[in-house]
Write a protein that binds this ligand. Structure first.
Ligand code: COA
Length: 262
């Protein structure tokens, strides 16, 4: 597929997906969401891709939200609006089911749908200059691309209520403090710092990464004992991989493991 509103580059184990509408602060219109879905599918299908990096083009924004012009078109049409939300949710949900880690590199404004895109990634880094928030209530709506659910699960209901009900913008340090952002860097170090985080996953056993992602994701809504059953299941699956033998043998032989993803 050729893309108009995003850039997709894959190499050295990383698929980099850049939302590329800088003149509109990378706002997500329908076309951009469709292209993101295709890019996430391409990254999932490419066994050479081990980590997906999501970011925004330009100096100013990661993604400044859903395209407000398009949203206005569904005013007064509840079914159409609900359909739009379901579509955005389905696109972002692909990140949950990629089977590999995704990292949002938040280089500027991550508002509304942009904040929700970042929340859908497995991990998030941000420049100290980045601003995040869910300003939807100021437009007469609520987050519709999974944000109300993911933020509460990532940072807890108190933070989710504050972000959703005030519509305020929060700096990267505050987002880091409440657990929304994993690592913060000065703007000039964001790229290198994020690639270092990415690299720390590139040389790990791919199936172990997948099981780790799924154990946390599916365990979110379980009680401890139910979650432990799930953990046991993944532990057993990991033991059936060639990579388990390789990882442990490499440790004992004092060499670097070479994982095959099987
Ligand atoms: N949807 C559509 N267009 C958007 C957009 C969005 N979510 N966010 C920014 N843009 C457009 C602006 O309309 C403007 O386009 P124009 O040059 O054709 O007029 C361009 O991007 C630049 O934005 P501008 O508002 O001029 O930049 P700024 O530096 O003054 O303000 C923001 C930056 C992020 C504070 C401001 O753009 C903003 O509040 N955006 C909307 C955020 C939001 O509510 N998102 C949730 C949507 S559900």
């Amino acid at each position: 597929m050729s893309y108009e509103n995003i850039l997709y580059e894959a190499g050295d184990g990383v698929a980099r997906v850049t939302v590329n509408r800088p003149d509109k602060l990378n706002a997500l219109n329908h076309q951009t969401l469709t292209e993101l879905a295709a890019a996430f599918d391409a990254a999932a299908a490419d066994s050479a891709v081990r980590v997906v990096l999501v970011t925004g083009a330009g100096e100013k924004a990661f993604v400044a939200g859903a395209d407000i012009g398009e949203l206005l078109e569904v005013a007064g049409q509840g079914d159409k609006a609900a359909e739009l939300a379901a579509f955005g949710q389905s696109v972002f949900r692909r990140l949950d089911t990629l089977g590999k880690p995704s990292v949002a590199m938040v280089n500027g404004f991550a508002l509304g749908g942009g904040c929700e895109l970042a929340l859908a990634c497995t991990l998030r880094t941000a420049a100290t200059s980045a601003r995040m928030g869910l300003p939807e209530v100021g437009l007469g709506i609520i987050p519709g691309y999974g944000g109300s659910q993911r933020l509460a699960r990532i940072a807890g209901p108190a933070v989710a209520r504050e972000w959703i009900l005030t519509g305020a913008m929060f700096g990267a340090e505050e987002a880091h403090r409440v657990g929304v952002i994993n690592r913060v860097f000065p703007p000039e170090e964001l790229e290198a710092g994020t690639l270092e985080l990415v690299a720390s996953m590139l040389d790990k056993a791919p199936l172990a990464l997948r099981f780790g992602i799924e154990a946390v994701l599916r365990g979110w809504d379980m009680d401890q004992s139910e979650g432990e059953k799930l953990e046991t299941e993944f532990f057993g699956k990991a033991a059936m991989t060639e990579d388990m033998r390789e990882g442990m043998s490499a440790f004992l032989e004092k060499r670097k493991a070479v994982f095959k993803g099987c």
